[in-house]
Ligand binder design. Structure first.
Ligand code: ADP
Length: 239
């Protein structure tokens, strides 16, 4: 399985079980929405996937690399956009990406080509020379997504990437990332608590209290009903 594979993953914080035998796969080129209300376990799963928390019971594989047996290879194939903003606001858009490329050990020539491509991909090319501080929230987020592509990952993880953005910026970012899956073949895991970011053809994992309640395409989960209603009915919480 060359996308993302999560098998029987459990995590406890002391007596509290945050994830309880969570299993799902995301195939290459698929956009998978990880949908769950606050406290569902989304951030915990991201922390496990990205190695912030120690490898859990169960198995996680990124592009075929088990994170316990081959952590360096697994992490190298992963692009991550964390919930908290991480740009250096005093640097320009291009400088932020160049800095990341240098950390990855890329030559200036290779970095320049990849930065150019990533910024074009996210519709940010004309802002390359602007300071991050001058950008609105949506453009900052797009810069972070572009940066997450520089090392050419196979799997892109985004933890509630639209939090705090207005409707237009949310829609633009959601569109861009769907395009990355559909057109560039990236495997995308997109954590959210907002049903309107999920499209019928997307894979959908509904997580609630650390358990997977549903895993199918969003269309198959909703079966003609509004997804918000289905989600509310399953979790008993406002979407
Ligand atoms: P989500 O990202 O879906 O909101 P989290 O992964 O943050 O969910 O939380 C899952 C559960 O684990 C919640 O019950 C939360 O209170 C608990 N939790 C999260 N982080 C910690 C922590 N550092 N210590 C103890 N409990 C935690």
């Amino acid at each position: 399985m060359s996308g993302l594979s999560v098998r029987n993953v459990t995590h406890r914080y002391g007596p509290r079980t945050a994830l309880d035998a969570v299993s799902f796969d995301v195939a290459p080129g698929r956009f998978c929405a990880l949908l769950g209300p606050n406290g569902a376990g989304k951030s915990t799963l991201f922390a496990l996937l990205t190695g912030l928390l120690a490898a859990p019971p169960g198995t996680i594989a990124v592009a075929g690399h088990d994170i316990r047996r081959e952590p360096t290879r697994a992490l190298a194939r992963m692009g991550v956009v964390f919930q908290a903003p991480t740009l250096d606001l005093d640097l320009t858009v291009a400088q932020n990406l160049r800095y990341f490329a240098a950390l990855q050990g890329l030559s200036d020539r290779i970095a320049a080509g990849r930065i150019d491509r990533a910024l074009h991909r996210l519709g940010m090319a004309e802002r390359a020379g602007e300071r991050a501080r001058a950008l609105n929230g949506g453009h900052r987020r797009r810069t972070e997504i572009a940066r997450a592509l520089i090392h050419e990952p196979a799997v892109l993880l985004l933890d509630e990437p639209t939090v705090g953005l207005d409707a237009a910026a949310r829609a633009a970012i959601t569109d861009h990332v769907h395009g990355l899956a559909r057109e560039d073949g990236l495997t995308v895991l997109w954590a959210t608590h907002l049903t309107d970011e999920v499209r019928p053809e997307d894979d959908l994992v509904i997580l609630h209290k650390g358990r997977v309640l549903r895993h199918a395409t969003a269309g198959a989960v909703a079966r003609g009903a509004p997804l918000t209603e289905v989600f509310l009915g399953l979790t008993g919480e406002a979407a």
